[in-house]
Design a protein around this ligand. Structure first.
Ligand code: 3Y8
Ligand code: NAP
Length: 252
């Protein structure tokens, strides 16, 4: 009998959870616990870190997980690297459910940067009004460029006010809509957007809105991940499960 551990936190992970529930496949979705009220799921949920590679390998063994699906965000590089290592340690097959990186289309005014530091460096010069659509974890890096007015969007209200001297804080969770993001950019007079190359549709709205308004966008490239089996469609995970035998009990 299969027993899936699904590392979640993305639109695709939630879509797969619905599919697994529909097919009655025993599965648990795992959140890190970064948000106050993560989306309810149709399968059992666990919340919190595992305690690194060893902790996850121990969890896989103790919970008799037969298949590990890494459906975390492309920027959750530590989790993805740990998942691969723990799966190998525990002898559990792993597949990643990810989404293709966005590529610029006509009308886009992208400047690509390698990482958050590159984005900060690219924001030198005259004061601008910047939509910093990166969530909460990287805001402090932009204190190096205090001349700008930043419009921030967090999932939850922060305990302390962000340290950027000029900022507007919006508390909202996605998925977002192009209409909503366009209205936001117009209302705040945005003249730059900064975002991660998350891919997928749940965060794409700001790209579409920036394109429509002709606003330049700083696109942060994804961290490189170790090679692993990858699919980009939740249904492909079901096929993978069918073709990946449940590891037999290792003889003792
Ligand atoms: C805790 C689970 C679902 C999944 C929804 C997707 C879409 C909406 C867009 C913007 C960009 C950002 C951020 C974003 C999006 C989806 C998806 C996605 C970007 C939740 C969720 C968790 C998180 C964690 C959170 C991070 C933050 C990043 C906000 C739930 C809502 C900016 C990434 O406050 C914090 O500490 C937030 C941290 C990691 C990145 C950061 O650096 O702040 N996601 N987001 C997951 C866990 O605990 O394991 O609460 O329901 C999930 C989603 N966020 O099922 O509907 O599929 O990507 N999430 C980015 O792309 O740049 C917002 O504002 O335009
Ligand atoms: P990360 O930096 O790669 O991981 C840091 C640590 O958080 C991991 O080592 C692990 O702790 C714990 N962790 C991460 N994801 C987990 C999960 N799904 N279940 C249990 N523990 C998890 O991760 P992150 O970038 O902070 O992402 C955290 C969560 O937010 C993930 O679910 C991710 O899919 C989601 N998310 C992230 C982004 C983003 O921009 N990074 C965007 C959207 C959604 P231990 O070492 O203790 O096991």
């Amino acid at each position: 009998m299969p027993n899936i551990l699904l590392l979640g936190g993305t639109t695709e992970a939630s879509a797969l959870a619905r599919l697994l529930a529909k097919h009655g496949v025993p599965a648990t979705l795992s959140y890190a616990g970064r948000t106050e009220a993560p989306r309810a799921q149709p399968i059992p949920v666990r919340v919190g870190g595992f305690g690194g590679v060893e902790g996850l390998a121990a969890y896989l063994r103790a919970a008799r997980v037969t298949h590990l699906v890494d459906a975390t965000h492309p920027f959750a590089a530590t989790m993805s690297a740990n998942a691969l290592a723990a799966a190998q340690l525990a002898g559990v097959p792993l597949v990643a459910l990810t989404r293709p990186a966005w590529v610029p289309v006509s009308g886009d005014r992208w400047t690509r940067v390698a990482d958050i530091r590159g984005a900060v460096a690219a924001l030198g010069g005259a004061p601008r009004r910047i939509l910093l659509a990166l969530g909460r974890m990287h805001v402090a890096d932009f204190a190096a460029m205090p001349q700008h007015h930043y419009v921030l969007r967090f999932v939850d209200a922060p305990a302390v006010s962000p340290i950027l001297p000029h900022h507007t804080l919006i508390v909202d969770r996605g998925p977002f809509t192009p209409e909503g993001d366009r209205a936001l950019m117009e209302a705040h007079g945005i003249d730059r957007v900064v975002c991660k190359n998350a891919g997928g549709r749940g965060a794409e709205a700001k790209l579409i809105a920036a394109r429509a308004l002709g606003i330049p966008l700083l696109m942060i490239d994804r961290p490189t991940l170790p090679p692993r089996a990858e699919v980009t469609d939740p249904a492909a995970v079901l096929e993978w499960l069918d073709h990946t035998a449940v590891p037999t009990e290792r003889g003792v």
